[in-house]
Design a protein around this ligand. Structure first.
Ligand code: CA
Length: 242
């Protein structure tokens, strides 16, 4: 089963909550709606989401106070959080960020902007979530258990291929030069020819099987891991559908 990121939407205005939820759902997220701080806390107690969209102005306890509480709690402090608010001045923005918000969106906002910020925050947070699985288009890597699977089929990777994939998935859709990959994956104290990167990318693709097409060569620039490979691989298409 592919994991869709769960997003807790804490918003007391039903029309705005609905607009956000519909857009999240259409873009591969699993939204849950809480209309006040008490029900938001219940949702957090039940299961931690992958991200929280938190309205500042809520009846009862404010979003800012909730943000501070969640950030001070060991269990909830790592959950990415974006504050939503009609209050757009700098002092408020600073207060929101000081409370531990990863980002801040002023109302009114476009749904495009909201989705872009949600994705950006999830991308930024992904590499820090040690022990959490990264899932991209059915390809899943769990750094705690060192397991990799594609559409629930376990894959066997060598240690270097694992590190390489971990880095690429933690920084997906971006192009990395061979030199950058050497720095990040092998460490800059190691002297290795850049061609070594090509060898391991080739091994990684082979190990990934149908998902190998997700590791793209960008001519003259380097490599990238993408959820939408430009080269269609029959196996990948079949696996994605299955
Ligand atoms: Ca509100």
């Amino acid at each position: 089963m592919r994991t869709m990121p769960a997003v807790l939407v804490v918003e007391d205005e039903p029309a705005i909550a609905e607009l956000i939820a519909v857009n999240l759902r259409h873009n591969g997220f699993r939204p849950t709606w809480a209309m006040d701080s008490a029900s938001a806390q219940r949702e957090m107690d039940a299961a931690l989401p992958d991200l929280i969209l938190l309205d500042w102005m809520l009846p009862g306890e404010s979003g800012l106070s909730l943000a501070k509480r969640w950030r001070a709690n060991e269990r909830t402090k790592g959950v990415p959080l974006i504050m939503l608010t009609a209050r757009g001045d700098e002092a408020d923005r600073v207060a929101g960020l000081d409370a531990g918000a990863d980002d801040y969106i002023s109302k009114p906002f476009s749904t495009k902007e909201l989705l872009a910020r949600v994705r950006a925050v999830l991308r930024r947070r992904a590499p820090e979530q040690d022990g959490e699985a990264i899932v991209i288009a059915g390809l899943s890597l769990d750094s705690a258990t060192h397991r990799v699977s594609f559409v629930d089929q376990p894959l066997k990777l060598g240690p270097t291929e694992f590190k390489l994939l971990h880095y690429l998935m933690g920084h997906a859709e971006r192009v990395h030069s061979r030199g950058q990959l050497l720095d990040k994956v092998w460490g800059d104290h190691v002297y290795i020819e850049e061609r070594t990167v090509d060898v391991h990318v080739k091994r990684l693709r082979e190990a990934l099987g149908a998902a190998g097409a997700m590791v793209e060569t960008v001519r003259g620039a380097g490599y990238r891991l993408t959820s939408k490979p430009s080269v269609a691989v029959p196996g990948a298409a079949k696996a994605q559908l299955g």
